[in-house]
Design a protein around this ligand. Structure first.
Ligand SMILES: [Fe+2]
Length: 486
């Protein structure tokens, strides 16, 4: 009885997080279905676009379909995951199977505490922070503090101010000249350090200290294999670029290309896919007009067929994106088994984000939804160079540093979005433009898309650079291959 009550509250909370109320009979149907509450609620939310109250009829329709689809189908997902994990690919960190959040206010308190603990620990190694509440008692002329920042305001051309808050209190900070310019690129909500002169309870900042990755963090791991980075395949969309995809398949399967390209293809041992595997259903207004495949299951069946065409000695690791059939809030778990089981045995499904180790090379795989937020907030950044926006995530040691904008966050007890390990590679996608580079020894890549410009992207003035593939040789070269256009 107690368990049923907990499940009932869980169902109500999960629908509330997604913006829905739910009829009591619909709740009973979900609780008594014997299926995963998480997956079922996600599925109902995806299919009842525009409803205000989830009705028993809507739940019944989804249940019938799920049962039909999964009847008699062996759950190959976990079995396959185990086989792959025993080999050379290891998941170091991923929310999949560990999600506990229900979206309550208490969950958010615990979540932001986790973020504060992790990032302030990084900063404490570089500063000697004092508690903000002690500022009135301190005799020293200079101080260091660490905290969340808020209320950033430009006072005049040369001066800005903001508030910094730790667990003990709040203080005002003033910044002039070059420090002011740095302050004007802060988002608010991020955790930073301030080193400055103490005047009463206010601090006049000499230095803004980001948690950032270490300067000498370069790791020269030399390997004799290559890793291919792609993303945003959007199978099911009318704008999917069949011809470019075919050219990519021919190359990676060593069926076309000059001697140099064939040699490069032969060296590929892993393919990483940073989400938006399919185009999805109801992701943006009037999306149905742009879909070639109108059914989400058929979209994944088609996606699985396409990845199945990649030669089988290559391991494929993929995470979901905001178009995929999992919860939208990050961190996103991996695709549920009803979809992941459609893929071949050489495909490993992980969450978004995930840390993956391949033969000693650490890869941070992240779909990249927060890049929209970062690019819109810092005027020197743009979609033509998405890797420069990725640097801002590394500097803040957080994959979604802007809370309450376009990147919804699920308040897990542990903040999976903190960059608490230094990766060798960080891969993202989402913005559909290609960009790559190195930052403090870390290879950054945003791996474009396999979809041409959609009507929606035209409206928001997004010009994709599709069919671009990064081939990375750990400790060696990086190649950019173009399969779109001549
Ligand atoms: Fe996408």
């Amino acid at each position: 009885m107690v368990i049923k009550n907990i499940d009932t509250k869980l169902v109500i909370a999960k629908f509330a997080v997604n913006g829905y109320n739910v009829h009591p009979d619909a709740i009973s149907m979900i609780v008594n279905s014997g299926l995963s509450v998480d997956e079922l609620v996600d599925e109902v939310c995806k299919r009842c676009n525009g409803s205000f109250i989830i009705t028993p009829e809507e739940v019944s329709k989804v249940l019938d379909e799920l049962k039909k689809r999964t009847f008699g189908k062996k759950d190959k997902g976990s079995e396959k995951q185990e086989i792959l994990e025993k080999k050379d690919v290891r998941v170091l960190k991923d929310v999949t199977g560990k999600s506990t959040c229900r979206g309550t206010v208490e969950d958010f308190v615990v979540y932001f505490n986790s973020r504060f603990e992790k990032i302030s620990k990084i900063l404490s190694g570089r500063l000697n922070p004092v508690p903000v509440s002690s500022l009135t008692k301190i005799k020293a002329d200079t101080v260091d503090v660490v905290g969340f920042i808020d209320n950033i305001r430009e006072i005049n051309e040369n001066r800005a101010t903001f508030e910094i808050e730790d667990k003990t209190g709040k203080a005002r900070v003033y910044a002039d000249g070059k420090v002011k310019e740095e302050v004007m690129e802060l988002f608010g909500d991020e955790i930073i350090g301030v080193s400055g002169r103490l005047r009463g309870r206010s601090i006049y900042a000499d230095r803004i200290v980001f948690p950032d990755v270490p300067v000498n963090g370069e790791r020269k791991i030399k390997k004799d294999f290559s890793i291919v980075f792609i993303s945003d395949t959007h199978f099911g969309s009318k704008t999917f670029l069949d011809e470019s995809w075919e050219r990519f398949l021919k190359w990676i399967n060593c069926e076309s290309g000059d001697e140099r390209l064939l040699k490069l293809a032969e060296s590929v041992k892993y393919v990483f896919v940073a989400g938006d595997i399919v185009d999805g259903i109801g992701v943006y207004p009037e999306q149905e007009k742009e879909l070639r495949i109108m059914d989400i299951y058929q979209q994944y069946e088609f996606a699985a067929e396409q990845f199945d065409r990649i030669r089988k000695d290559i391991r494929i690791v993929m995470c979901p994106g905001n178009h995929d059939a999992v919860r939208q809030a990050e961190p996103q778990p991996s695709l549920p088994s009803e979809f992941s089981s459609m893929f071949s045995n050489n495909v490993m499904h992980v969450g978004n984000p995930s840390y993956i180790d391949v033969e000693g090379v650490t890869i941070l795989l992240y779909h990249g939804r927060s890049l929209d937020d970062v690019i819109s907030r810092i005027s020197r950044l743009n979609y033509e160079k998405p890797h420069e926006a990725m640097i801002e995530l590394l500097r803040r040691r957080h994959l979604a540093p802007l809370y309450g904008e376009r990147s919804p966050i699920a308040p897990e007890k542990d903040d999976y979005l903190v960059i608490d390990r230094i990766p060798d590679v960080i891969q993202s996608g989402h913005v559909h433009t290609y960009g790559s580079g190195f930052y403090r020894g870390i290879f950054l890549v945003n791996s474009s898309t396999w979809q041409s410009q959609t009507e929606f992207q035209k409206k928001v003035n997004l010009n994709p650079t599709p069919g671009n593939v990064a081939v990375y040789q750990p400790g060696g070269n990086v190649y950019r291959l173009k399969f779109y256009g001549s």
